[in-house]
Design a protein around this ligand. Structure first.
Ligand code: NDP
Length: 458
């Protein structure tokens, strides 16, 4: 029988790779993991975590402002960008260390360097060869910038956390998660933000009411939205950058241009061809429902497979792979991954939280659907002076009374929607929502007190 150096070799120390390596080692497997950069991948280093820290920072601007209505008098403190950057960097390196420690204490051998596949069972890391019974490719994704004249002057989300100096004027291109989040965050931190998006609404794929509502709220906070607009070129000037829009030739002077126009799988330079691993037209590794690639000993998960690009999804996928390769945890069944009712949040100001179907998708899938919607000023803002409004929306399948879509734009939407996602996974009906007692006075109680549909079911 062939012997291998490892039972599992993981390429990539991001969310999915680390989870798979750690859990496999805890089940007794001999595991190696290669990572060429800081441990933790996009999420820890240049994604979810630092982004959320900066989002908290940006919210303080509103909090100081709003505190006056609650009796707090005096001048607001001054924002120190360099201090925030330093504190974030310290926290991220603490997390990098924790990831390494978790892996090592589980018995995972960490190999620092760039790994590539040589064949179905062999990986090379900087000239050193390792064999493994199974290999997991979890190399993540990278921001992509279209071929626009002047693209060499722009930055991607990777660079936003350490900009120097702080951009007084920022132009963001794109209308997805990253564009909307950074537009909100830098607006909150004090930049003058212009967001340019090629469509007439932000956040393609989200519920249309959410898309309209969040655009209106972001505009109220000061983000200059230019919808249905495209970039012709970016020019460097003595003062900064000049962004030229298509048609009409409008020019906008800024300090920094952020392109947030999507992310592509990190599938090149990994030796996929050498090993015979198939990729699809978009360059993502093709996997079956067990995350097995076209080469049976090689698995792939997370952003490199470009399904749903979310950390918790990669973590869920990792657990399916671990159960598949090394068996489930004692007393547990092997896990499956469902891509239905995946909750998500967009950390715009105000936040978006959503789970299940948009109204358009629900009508297409379920036919007759009843819509419940509330749009109101939260209690806090009766004294805060803020004009912010909150949107909450439920979609109910008529045939079953099941709640199939739940959407919110408002403070802490992600925190609120997480709990409702459990109910919806469990198949909660509108009748169950109605029989649930609200917690008063909260914003969240609105989800269990919506009685009148806004339109007849179609
Ligand atoms: P998205 O796919 O969400 O958005 C990309 C945006 O760029 C879209 O608005 C798209 O427009 C636009 N776009 C694409 N190509 C071009 C082009 N050539 N010119 C102009 N505009 C263009 O990608 P992001 O980069 O924002 O984020 C990547 C993924 O990361 C997200 O999909 C999400 O899964 C994940 N993420 C999750 C977060 C969270 O959970 N809070 C936070 C950040 C990222 P159009 O609508 O027309 O396609």
């Amino acid at each position: 029988m062939q012997t291998f150096d490892f039972d599992l070799f993981v390429i990539g120390g991001g969310s999915g790779g680390v989870r798979a390596a750690r859990m496999s080692a805890q089940r007794g497997a001999r595991v190696g993991l290669a990572e060429f950069a800081a441990m933790g991948g996009t999420c820890v280093n240049v994604g979810c975590i630092p982004k959320k820290l900066y989002s908290y920072a940006a919210h303080y601007a509103d909090s100081f402002e709003e505190s006056h209505g609650f009796g707090w008098v005096g001048k607001a403190p001054v924002f120190d960008w360099d201090l925030l950057k330093a504190n974030r960097a310290r926290e991220i390196s603490r997390l990098n260390g924790i990831y390494v420690q978790l892996l090592e204490s589980a018995g995972v051998k960490i190999i620092n360097g760039w790994a590539r596949l040589l064949d179905a069972h062999t990986v090379e890391v900087d000239g050193q060869k390792f064999t493994a019974k199974n290999i997991l490719v979890a190399t993540g994704g990278t921001a992509t910038v279209p071929d626009v004249p002047g693209r060499e002057h722009v930055v991607t989300s990777d660079h936003m956390f350490d900009l120097s100096p702080f951009p007084r004027r920022l132009l963001v291109v794109g209308g997805g998660y990253i564009a909307c989040e950074f537009a909100s965050i830098f607006n909150g931190l004090g930049s003058q933000v212009t967001q340019v998006h090629r469509r007439d609404k932000l956040l393609t794929g989200f519920d249309d009411d959410v898309r309209r509502f969040v655009a209106a709220e972001m505009s109220k906070t000061g983000v200059q939205l230019k919808l249905g607009a495209e970039i012709a070129a970016i020019h460097k000037t003595g003062e900064g950058l000049q962004v030229e829009l298509m048609g009409g030739g409008e020019r906008i002077e800024v300090d920094t241009v952020l392109y947030a126009t999507g992310r592509i799988p990190n599938a090149s330079g990994v030796g996929l061809e050498a090993a015979g691993v198939a990729v699809n037209a978009a360059g993502a590794i093709q996997v079956d429902r067990h995350y097995q690639t076209s080469v049976p000993s090689i698995y792939a998960l997370g952003d490199v497979t470009a399904r749903i690009q979310l950390t918790p999804v990669a973590l869920g996928e990792a657990m399916v792979v671990v159960d598949q390769l090394f068996g489930p945890a004692a007393g547990k069944k092997p896990r499956n991954m469902s891509y239905e009712f995946v909750p998500t949040a967009v950390f715009t100001h105000p936040n978006i939280g959503t789970v299940g179907y948009s109204e358009a998708d629900a009508r297409e899938k379920f036919g007759k659907v009843t819509v419940f919607r509330a749009d109101f000023k939260a209690l806090k803002h009766t004294l805060s002076g803020s004009t912010e409004r909150t949107l909450m929306k439920l979609l109910v399948e008529d045939a079953t009374d099941r709640v199939v879509g739940l959407h919110m734009v408002g403070p802490d939407a992600g925190e609120i929607v997480q709990g409702f996602a459990v109910a919806m996974k469990a198949g909660a009906t509108k009748a169950i929502f109605d029989s649930t007692i609200g917690i008063h006075p909260t914003v969240a109680e609105e989800f269990v007190t919506m009685r009148e549909p806004v339109s007849a079911s179609t």
